[in-house]
Write a protein that binds this ligand. Structure first.
Ligand code: SER
Length: 601
């Protein structure tokens, strides 16, 4: 079965069940500050899931282009993609668990539709958390339809809960359908999540019952909804008896083109196969981003930065396959091929192909020069690095590659990993910060970002620790301080984060900081070895070159401990005297680095 046939069947099936077909939307969301890309079919439907009337009715069906980059490091394995198509059926206050599961089961197993043998299917349901009980209702429906109890896995929120797509919005427990990609489940208890690793998720029914508001609370929705998502590439793979999406129509032509350009025969070397998959996948995703009516260009911020990362990672893997651009452009021929192959399904690619090719060629030319220089320099350094008994490349060297050749540190890390080395990223961050500070004209170098140790500066310095921790809580632990600058009137704080913060995120961070100020937490410090500091959970990315014994500042203590950081000090004695913390501005500082300006009043 082809993707077109699957799409047609899905839509026909749900139309026969009273659903109206609606058009998929742009990959780049309109009017939604909480996400960079459309990550699921539910995205453009959020207002309706929250209660608005949809003009087409309460039962809808659609196909939606999606981009997800959370899994970018997994791309290269047989099932993960950054770009994919999702088919979905929607109930806006109409059917709920029973109707949704019955229709899913019928579409999957009935020979008139997909005809998948029931023995190949397993499901997961929500095991209960957050005061919400285990979803026994869904499990009972599955059992009644013929899925045996030993193929039903009960999994927690991390697996069986969906949404919100951004920081706030509709969400709820889900039940997911899996297909066994081996011959037959490996034993009587083999169910999704089994260590045999052969269950592939193909479809998800989400029971939207809550709205997570901007304060992080779950409010029950007045009108319960169903949001489902079926991954087209994965289902086409299994229906054609393939264990991998890369062995199907989506990648056959692209992989062949890569074989021809590189001379590598797919299937003969796992490392090179993985590079070929990454190259094809990222070329495909980038072509769809550039071919979108709301296309962005590669840049250093937001969606443009994600696109740039995809393109650069693709080119790096092309170069590993020996395709270095000397034989002509690498990516635009893949884009042309894809546009040609999918002209019936995705005419926007063909219509925009000249612009797509031009953008790809421009970015490629810029990057290949950087890449070649950087890789050459890395090769020169390698023999020396291999002699290092700790197998660590110093952050200063990584910074030199970045500073002199523009070689991105992610790529240095990837090259290092391939050679069994790691990069001292704390030292890289420190060098990066110093560089930023010295390059700020007329500002001078401030030790630890501190201009003086007047009272105001002390208060601001303590506020940077609160802010750093609050950012890590709200945005994730990838947030690392890249620099700070304090005067008696305000603070600036630079940190690694790939996207602009949403208003909700800014409001949450500000609220967390003010909460710690209101708690009047004591600020204390202790000296300890760097290892002990790291063990105690202290953030240790920043500061002067660490000595063997470092100072660790804690804000709060025991149960009230909020933040702990390796730092030279000095600080305010407690948070109570800091004043009211207000974020005035959040903006880009450089590639992948955001800057916050805040005041204490
Ligand atoms: N939103 C859910 C998902 O992406 C179902 O469509 O899996």
């Amino acid at each position: 079965m082809t993707a077109s046939e699957l799409r047609r069947k899905y839509i026909t099936f749900f139309e026969s069940k009273g659903h109206a077909r609606i058009q998929g939307k742009s990959l780049l969301p309109d009017n939604d500050p909480t996400v960079l890309f459309t990550t699921a079919g539910m995205h453009p439907l959020v207002p309706y899931l929250l209660g608005q009337e949809h003009p087409a009715g309460q039962r809808l069906v659609n196909s939606q282009k999606c981009i997800r980059t959370g899994d970018i490091e997994s791309v290269g394995d047989p099932s993960h993609l950054t770009f994919f198509e999702m088919l979905g059926n929607w109930s806006l206050g109409d059917y709920f668990k029973e109707g949704a599961i019955e229709m899913s089961f019928e579409f999957l197993t009935d020979p008139r539709w997909l005809g998948i043998p029931v023995e190949k299917l397993g499901v997961t349901v929500f095991s209960g958390e957050l005061g919400i009980p285990r979803d026994d209702e869904s499990a009972a429906i599955w059992r009644r339809l013929g899925i045996p109890e030993n193929r039903i896995a009960y999994l927690p929120r991390a697996d069986n809960w969906w949404g919100p797509a951004g920081s706030a919005g509709p969400c709820g427990p889900d039940t997911e359908m899996f297909y066994y990609t081996g011959d037959a489940p490996c034993g009587p208890e083999c169910k999704p999540g089994c260590a045999c690793g052969k269950w592939l998720e193909i479809w998800n029914n989400v029971f939207m019952q809550y709205n997570k508001n901007s304060a992080g609370e779950y409010e029950p929705l007045a009108r319960k909804c169903v949001d489902t998502g079926m991954g087209v590439e994965r289902v086409v793979a299994i229906l054609n008896g393939k264990a991998s999406v890369y062995e199907t129509e989506f990648f056959a032509g692209l992989l062949k083109a890569v074989e021809a350009a590189s001379g590598h025969v797919y299937g003969t070397d796992e490392d090179r196969d993985s590079s070929a998959r990454i190259l094809c996948e990222h070329a495909r995703a980038s072509t769809f981003i550039l071919g979108d009516p709301r296309a962005v260009s590669p840049s250093n911020v937001g969606a443009g930065y994600v696109l740039r990362r995809l393109l650069r990672r693709a080119l790096r893997h092309a170069s590993k396959l020996g395709i270095d651009g000397s034989g002509g452009p690498v990516l635009s021929p893949l884009a042309r091929l894809l546009a040609e192959e999918t002209r019936d399904d995705w005419p926007e690619l063909g219509e925009n192909i000249e612009r797509i090719a031009e953008e790809l060629d421009r970015e490629e030319k810029k990057f290949l020069e950087t890449l070649q220089k950087g890789e050459r320099e890395f090769e020169k350094l390698l023999p020396g690095l291999m002699k290092n008994p700790r197998r660590v490349m110093s952050g200063r060297l990584a910074f030199k590659l970045y500073d002199t050749y523009g070689f991105p540190v992610e790529l240095t890390e990837e090259l290092a990993r391939e050679n069994g080395l790691s990069v001292d990223s704390a030292e890289f961050d420190e060098a990066f910060r110093k560089h930023q500070e010295t390059s700020r004209a007329g500002v001078g170098v401030f030790k630890g970002g501190l201009v003086d140790s007047g009272d105001a500066a002390l208060r601001y310095h303590t506020a940077t620790h609160l802010l750093h921790q609050a950012l890590r809580q709200v945005l994730g632990t990838h947030v690392a301080q890249k620099g700070s600058n304090i005067t008696a009137e305000r603070m600036r704080f630079d940190f690694a984060h790939p996207a602009p913060m949403t208003e909700t995120e800014i409001a949450s961070v500000q609220a967390i900081v003010n909460e710690q100020i209101a708690r009047d937490l004591p600020v204390s410090h202790q000296s300890m070895s760097l290892d002990a500091a790291k063990e105690s959970g202290a953030i240790a990315l920043f500061g002067e070159k660490y000595e063997d014994v470092v100072k660790v500042y804690s804000i709060g203590e025991g149960e009230s401990l909020f933040a702990r950081e390796v730092c030279g000090g000095p600080h305010a004695p407690s948070t109570g005297a800091l004043g009211k913390f207000t974020i005035q501005k959040e903006q880009s500082s450089s590639a992948g680095v955001r800057r916050i300006r805040a005041v204490l009043e």
